[in-house]
Design a protein around this ligand. Structure first.
Ligand code: CDT
Length: 298
């Protein structure tokens, strides 16, 4: 299968959903022309990364959330995908009928059916305005920690699982999916280029830690991974690009070159996942779960 990553450049505060969806559709058309059958979009694809802004009354930010999916704004994307026979995944902010706010992603089949919903587990940042920071990262204010856990689904013959942004830094994410035989992990991210508590941690180190996490997770679970950025400047704030596709040996096999809307793609032979899963990472043969209790007990 040819798998694509649709990197999205910055989305400004005033940019309507319809404009973003048009950008997503342009990348999907391009992907189809180049033979892509499954396309990965970033975390919070439809809006600017608003957790950098503080509001006292968080309900004022409900307009960044989707109350149904698909909805009027995203229906054209679903329609195009069905016409092209393209499977896809993208992230958005979900407001449930019960009033819960999640940072969510979905996997959609080529027939347009939502096969799996994932709600972000590891929310970085803080819940209250923090004057010590150069900029805010208020995910803990605007989202609940996800309640889905890490699940896989078979789509287009491939065992797929989702993670969102900060999840990629946690080995528990990868192993939870690896234990279910995952063959393709999809990750969307919005990562500021500066650490908001330390000027010393520049963009090079942050891109390195991103790539290290994805390559290690892919290798240690013998899976392909596609990690796709929303990046560039959003209202004067910079987020790094660095979208990559990684093979089950942990090698980067496709990489974005810019920090705007950009398609990356790679031919993925999912049979290659079997070698690692049946040798060095044969979990049934080699794991020693009697020594892993601390991982879940504290
Ligand atoms: N969106 C998101 O989760 N961003 C975080 C920034 C934290 S800074 C290490 C990320 O892990 O990329």
């Amino acid at each position: 299968m040819i798998v694509g990553g649709a990197q999205i450049g910055g989305i400004q505060k005033a940019e309507p959903r319809a404009t973003v969806v048009a950008r997503m559709m342009a990348l999907m058309e391009q992907a189809h022309r180049q033979g892509v059958q499954f396309l990965v979009y970033p975390e919070m694809t439809l809006t600017t990364f608003f957790p950098r802004f503080y509001v006292e009354d968080r309900a004022e930010f409900d307009h960044w959330f989707e109350t149904e999916m698909p909805n009027a704004a995203t229906q054209p994307l679903f329609d195009l995908a069905r016409r092209l026979g393209m499977g896809f995944t993208f992230g958005y902010c979900e407001l449930t009928p019960e009033g819960q706010h999640f940072n969510t992603s979905i996997i959609v089949s080529p027939g347009g059916e939502i096969l799996s919903t994932y709600r972000k587990t590891h929310l970085p940042g803080h819940a209250d305005h923090d004057p010590a920071r150069t900029h805010q990262h208020l995910e803990k204010r605007y989202f609940l920690a996800g309640d889905t856990g890490f699940n896989v689904v078979r789509n287009q013959g491939v065992i797929m699982g989702m993670a969102i942004c900060n999840d990629r830094r946690w080995p528990e994410t990868w192993r939870s999916l690896g234990l279910q035989g995952v063959e393709l992990v999809t990750i969307g991210y919005n990562t500021p280029s500066q650490n908001n508590l330390s000027a010393e941690e520049g963009i090079e180190r942050r891109v390195y830690h991103h790539e290290l996490s994805v390559c290690a997770g892919a290798y240690q679970n013998s899976t392909y991974a596609v990690a796709v950025a929303k990046c560039g400047l959003e209202d004067g704030n910079h987020m790094f690009a660095g979208s990559i596709i990684v093979d089950p040996d942990g090698f980067v096999i496709a990489r974005a070159t810019g920090e705007g809307d950009e398609l990356i793609l790679a031919e993925c032979d999912f049979d290659k996942c079997a070698f690692g899963k049946s040798t060095v990472f044969n979990f049934a043969a080699h794991r020693r779960i009697e020594h892993y209790g601390r991982i879940t007990n504290q």
